[in-house]
Design a protein around this ligand. Structure first.
Ligand code: ADP
Ligand code: MG
Length: 269
């Protein structure tokens, strides 16, 4: 059964899409079968996977609103070794359309049932809000990955997200849990970064991934080439860090990964 993970944080610009794309590629490089689902109308994960968001016959919008079958809408990423169910601005309309539909919170989950068996990991990139699209992601998912920057306001908004997660666990998705908190754009030279990081570990303990993602220009450049960083500059610190994170996930789920110990260790704090 696939491990379905929603990458979410209602704050924008914290590294959700970067993490979703690069973790998908790194898991694929570790011989995992991966599907990335973009549920953000901005379509950044779609573009970052080398798929033109304006040129998709079928997208997650059509799947959620029952206009096509999920398998018709899945495409291979250009250079990532994983599959993509893409999104674009059409998806904004789905938020409204879903409101009047039956099982509005579980439409993604229901659609995924048809393809789940074909993957080891299904990674869902969420929009920067706690809207019906994010709810669909968290109802379909078993785990939530929360990327965050270690800055002054990092913890703000986390309470609302935690409450949403426990609300869903008590009602529609009893299996939902926090898969991990991921420190992104990490700069250990900044006192504030290390201080917030310490607070995070005090509060969340081993729910915080050991791997940290450094601030790395290659990670910011890769999407404009429609590639994950592994295909753009595989020796960059960003690429090494996401490979280490994939190793951490694979080990956590006790799956046989193919990367060497040294690769896994690099990038951990
Ligand atoms: P979100 O999806 O949470 O809005 P993104 O992943 O789009 O965030 O990241 C926001 C911006 O920061 C993007 O321009 C991205 O390229 C850049 N970025 C993300 N992670 C890193 C990193 N580790 N180092 C450098 N730039 C990064
Ligand atoms: Mg994003």
């Amino acid at each position: 059964m696939a491990k379905i993970l929603a990458v979410t944080n209602q704050k924008g610009g914290v590294g959700k899409t970067t993490s979703c794309v690069n973790l998908s590629a790194s898991l694929a490089a570790s011989k995992q079968r991966v599907l990335l689902i973009d549920v953000d109308p901005q379509g950044n994960a779609t573009m970052g996977s080398g798929i033109d968001k304006h040129d998709q016959q079928w997208s997650v919008y059509h799947v959620l609103t029952g206009r096509c079958d999920i398998s018709q809408a899945i495409m291979p990423s250009l250079d990532g070794g994983y599959d993509v169910l893409g999104a674009n601005a059409d998806l904004t309309a789905a938020e409204v359309e879903l409101m009047s539909m039956d099982h509005k919170e579980s439409r993604l989950k229901d659609a995924l049932a048809k393809v789940e068996d074909q993957y080891d990991f299904i990674m869902i990139d969420c929009p920067p809000s706690l809207n019906m699209l994010t709810i669909n992601a968290m109802v379909a998912a078993r785990g939530v990955i929360i990327p965050m920057q270690c800055e002054y306001y990092a913890l703000e908004g986390l309470t609302a997200l935690m409450e949403t997660i426990s609300g869903l666990r008590e009602t529609i998705n009893p299996d939902l849990h926090i898969e991990g908190l991921l420190r992104t754009m990490y700069d250990p030279r900044m006192t504030l970064t290390t201080e917030v990081s310490r607070q995070l570990i005090n509060h969340f303990g081993d729910q915080v991934y050991r791997t940290v993602i450094p601030r790395n220009i290659r990670l910011a450049e890769a999407p404009s080439h429609g590639k994950p960083v592994l295909a753009y500059d595989r020796n960059s610190r960003g690429a090494v860090a996401y490979l280490a994170l994939a190793g951490e996930l694979v080990r956590k789920h006790d799956i046989k990964g193919l990367h060497s110990k040294s690769e896994r260790k690099t990038g951990t704090q």
